[in-house]
Ligand binder design. Structure first.
Ligand SMILES: NC(=O)c1ccc[n+]([C@@H]2O[C@H](COP(=O)([O-])OP(=O)(O)OC[C@H]3O[C@@H](n4cnc5c(N)ncnc54)[C@H](OP(=O)(O)O)[C@@H]3O)[C@@H](O)[C@H]2O)c1
Length: 309
């Protein structure tokens, strides 16, 4: 069995070593533009160029070393090719940490305490009722479900929104465009975005939707930058309708030095790091799936290419 590895932005050697150790019967090679390569049976990729896809006509399954496949689906992929995303592989717990941290930092007003410390000021802030602090999680997939459950452990009221109906213990769930979405937004004070980027979800965090959050709303975007209309967020922060935002993803990454988000007093910026791909967990998961495919068994995480996730 031959496996081609083509991941831009990633040091290949540790991946190649790990894959060879985990799949000793496979021939694992690094794909390089302009260098002739033998056709592979499986490919492991992150943001591969179209030239890689064109040079690998025999590949049966393309394993993406991330959960989001929006960039991959923009390529011209042959029809029978299976696209497989990572399911969790250590990302869900990281996402839960990140979102709980952002929510609690805002809820408990830790930024105000930090300012008070600078002034050597000993001043309590009045506790805010937790029941007024409802959190809406957009996307109840692998990551959104884990995040909703983690927030519940802190007894916040949690709402969830998905494309199809879902039941999640202790979470008030909504689904679909129209009334379901309106009701979900109206019931939420903090919005956490964990949707995949598709034609239906691009620009979904706009003035129209963010203005429907309860006054004093807060946005946490950990999915994709193109979900957010950035100027609409700035306008709603300026008008006072939104209290702040924690943003991990941006329309242009790295975030340009001159971007207004960097210096905004009510925006926290992190460099697309809320849930990193963990190499060992990912290699183990991909190896398990390759072995299952070789035995002719079905695997989880196959992307529905018409749906876009
Ligand atoms: N910042 C980072 O470091 C980072 C890391 C990993 C992933 N991500 C992002 O997180 C996203 C989510 O990951 P995941 O593994 O949780 O994805 P997933 O398991 O595919 O779940 C996607 C969820 O979104 C819902 N959804 C999709 N389209 C919708 C629509 N039009 N309206 C309402 N709901 C919709 C789905 O509804 P159904 O349940 O009805 O299908 C599902 O609940 C990824 O696509 C990626 O972009 C970011």
């Amino acid at each position: 069995m031959k496996i081609a590895f083509c991941c831009t932005d990633t040091r290949p050697e540790p991946w190649l070593d790990g894959l060879r150790a985990t799949l000793p019967d496979a021939e694992v090679s690094l794909w390089q533009a302009g260098v002739a390569s033998e056709p592979a049976d499986y490919a492991i990729v992150w943001a591969p160029p179209q030239a890689f896809i064109d040079a690998q006509p025999r590949v049966k399954a393309l394993f993406n070393i991330g959960a989001g496949v929006d960039a991959l689906l923009r390529l011209n992929l042959p029809d029978p090719l299976k696209v497989v995303r990572l399911d969790d592989a250590g990302m869900a717990v990281q996402m839960a940490e990140y979102v709980c941290h952002a929510v609690i930092r805002h809820f408990r007003e830790f930024d105000r305490y930090q300012e008070a410390q600078v002034e050597r000021e000993w001043a309590f802030r009045k506790p805010r009722p937790r029941s007024d602090f409802s959190i809406g999680v957009m996307g109840l997939g692998i990551l959104g479900t884990r995040v909703a459950q983690a927030l519940q452990a802190f007894e916040f009221p949690v709402n969830g929104w998905s494309r199809s109906p879902k039941t999640l213990a202790g979470v008030q769930t909504f689904h679909g465009q129209g009334e379901g979405f309106e009701a979900f937004l109206a019931a939420s004070q903090v919005l956490v975005n964990l949707l995949p980027l598709t034609a239906d979800t691009r620009d979904i965090l706009s003035r129209q939707t963010l203005a429907r959050l309860r006054p004093g709303g807060y946005l946490i975007n950990v999915a994709r930058g193109a979900h957010l209309v950035e100027q609409d967020l700035l306008d709603l922060l300026d008008s006072g309708h939104l209290a702040g935002a924690t943003l991990d993803v941006f329309r242009t990454e790295p975030l340009p030095e001159t971007h207004p988000f960097w210096a905004h007093p009510r925006i926290t910026v992190t460099p697309h790091t809320s849930a990193r791909t963990l190499r060992d967990e990912s290699i183990a998961q991909i190896a398990r799936k390759i072995r299952a495919l070789e035995r002719g068994e079905p695997i989880a995480g196959v992307v529905d290419r018409t749906r876009g996730y």
